[in-house]
Design a protein around this ligand. Sequence first.
Ligand SMILES: Nc1ncnc2c1ncn2[C@@H]1O[C@H](COP(=O)(O)OP(=O)(O)OP(=O)(O)O)[C@@H](O)[C@H]1O
Length: 259
Amino acid sequence: MDSTVDSVGTDAAPAARAVGVWKVYGTGAAEVVALRDVDVDIASHRFTAIMGPSGSGKSTLMHCLAGLDSVTRGEVWVGGTRLTGLSDAGLTRLRRRQIGFVFQQFNLLPTLTAEENILLPLAIAGRKPDAAWVRTVVNAVDLAPRLKHRPAELSGGQQQRVACARALITRPDVIFADEPTGNLDSRSGTEILGFLRESVRRYGQTIVMVTHDPNAAAYADRVVFLLDGRIVRELFEPTAERIFEQLRHLEPELATGAG
Ligand SMILES: Nc1ncnc2c1ncn2[C@@H]1O[C@H](COP(=O)(O)OP(=O)(O)OP(=O)(O)O)[C@@H](O)[C@H]1O
């Protein structure tokens, strides 16, 4: 495990925060409380993983932190901006400028080349690419020979590397990665996790990743565990073994299966 980052504590202001966040879906008999009074600070220049059993609220928390979903009560901040209360246009602007996304399904535009996909967030924001930074990012994901290829001509791992480069190209306050290795074989998954880890260490990127996989979460500086909409534990400088141990307490059926 790369431990060049001193992962416990940082002087920088959090890159994102949830303060007393509740998320309730539906009403009456159909009501589901997905988040219950969640407080979390996402440290800047750190890699944070969110774990927990299915239905515990991981995706909901990520979507609320990223401004993709509204909260029922409480506040969400990204950088110095309070998301709660922003108009739809304001939220869209903030997502474009301050947030990057990596999805399980890659979500590349099929008609664009790898290079065009990578540069798309800059094009949408009307920003000129910084040639040196583009080169750095493309080399970091080892895609230089594939830039003119379309997604259908790339392997899953290569497509996810394009998606990572696209997320990094604007140097956002936070990159949110939703099961980024969920659709990849283990070798490609390891490459992606190595790249995410490196982007924190070398470029000071902030990353939040939802994952079910203890081996993936072990790349993070910190793992936050959700259960039934609440944050119940956290681990700093985690190992896969310690993460698995925590999950065994949260998921009794996993313990039975493992025993
Ligand atoms: N749009 C929605 N409408 C109603 N209920 C929802 C909606 N989205 C999520 N939920 C419910 O909120 C709870 C939390 O869901 P969420 O998807 O955040 O969990 P998760 O931990 O990401 O699960 P998984 O690991 O299975 O993806 C679940 O009970 C889920 O059924």
